[in-house]
Design a binder for this molecule. Sequence first.
Ligand SMILES: Cc1cc2nc3c(=O)[nH]c(=O)nc-3n(C[C@H](O)[C@H](O)[C@H](O)COP(=O)(O)OP(=O)(O)OC[C@H]3O[C@@H](n4cnc5c(N)ncnc54)[C@H](O)[C@@H]3O)c2cc1C
Length: 375
Amino acid sequence: MSIESQEHRALRAAVAAFGRGHGRDHDHEALWSEAARLGYLGVSLPEEYGGGGGGITELSIVLEELGTAGCPLLMLVVSPAICGTVIARFGTEEQRRAWLPGLADGSRTMAFGITEPDAGSNSHRITTIARRTADGWTLTGRKVFVSGVDIADATLIVGRTEDARSGRLKPCLFIVPRDAEGFSRSQIDMELQAHEKQFELVLDEVRLPADSLVGDEDAGLLQLFAGLNPERIMTAAFAIGMGRYALGRAVSYAKERQVWQTPIGAHQAIAHPLAQAHVELELAALMMRKAAELYDAGDDAGAGEASNMAKYAAGEACVKAVDQAVHTLGGNGLTREYGLASLITLSRVARIAPVSREMILNYISHQSLGLPKSY
Ligand SMILES: Cc1cc2nc3c(=O)[nH]c(=O)nc-3n(C[C@H](O)[C@H](O)[C@H](O)COP(=O)(O)OP(=O)(O)OC[C@H]3O[C@@H](n4cnc5c(N)ncnc54)[C@H](O)[C@@H]3O)c2cc1C
């Protein structure tokens, strides 16, 4: 019996079959455009703008199953899940019409930039400043580790505006087109084998039209969190998919490989850690489902805790599953032919981004347990 609806099971089965058809050695562009054509990229976006009318639940199923098949699409975390959600929920009618159909059919992509070199995990310290001009805004600042800027038509940049009355800085979201004057990027040399690259960005007095501001200047934090919860849920889906993929490879290997009288999978020293990895991945998946359901039901506050817990649990489960998978393959775990060793680096991403495991534990300590803060 499944606790999922029939529609969700059907979506899961269809994406899983599609993912298996592409696999780990896939052609990224073909995968992206076929996933778009089948409606997978836009599954969470509103129907009236070309989407599937589902929610983060459906989008996370897509990413989870693509990851399980060895072909995750990292930009799903950013383009439809963060940017699409924020524009659908808070954008103007013009912004929705301009962006959502393209994000849904995959013809347009949007990156998301919040991290700054001197702020890091402390996003209250971001200093990218937006100033009003006669006909719009200028944006000045720096961002780091922003994924997919080279392939994105625009980047949704988190900046701050100065409150005219109090002088306090408030977070605000701006759509910055890739070719905007004063907007430059340099690729960071990451130790990651992934199609999506990370960039350092410089915004030097970038002039933007008035309609580049998404949503209300005064509702910055609320809007930001409306995008950040999906980001956490989708990162959990990414991690669970990768963990399941690695586990699947290890289990097949452990059934076949025999160096004594039985396959190595009969030795409990090999079997138990794999069983543990399976339990931990499935527990994380359950919390992810809860987070997605709360989010889709409109409970932003309830989704906050669950999204953080799901991201934490999935990141930890993924790192452990990949580590044990590589170990299960012995020397083959470190060969290029088997392709698992590169996942050791990649699996760490879900521990660090978009919010590190320590910052989630801080959040749970303070918000859920009411413990005092050290910082
Ligand atoms: C592959 C990849 C893709 C990314 N994509 C994007 C993207 O598309 N857009 C974007 O904006 N950002 C992106 N990021 C950035 C990511 O969100 C940040 O790396 C992350 O938020 C951590 O910030 P930092 O690297 O500055 O680490 P720091 O904030 O410098 O933290 C370093 C270490 O100190 C710990 N630490 C910091 N403060 C505390 C504290 N108070 N208590 C306990 N421990 C603490 C952290 O947990 C961490 O282990 C990406 C990062 C990676 C690796």
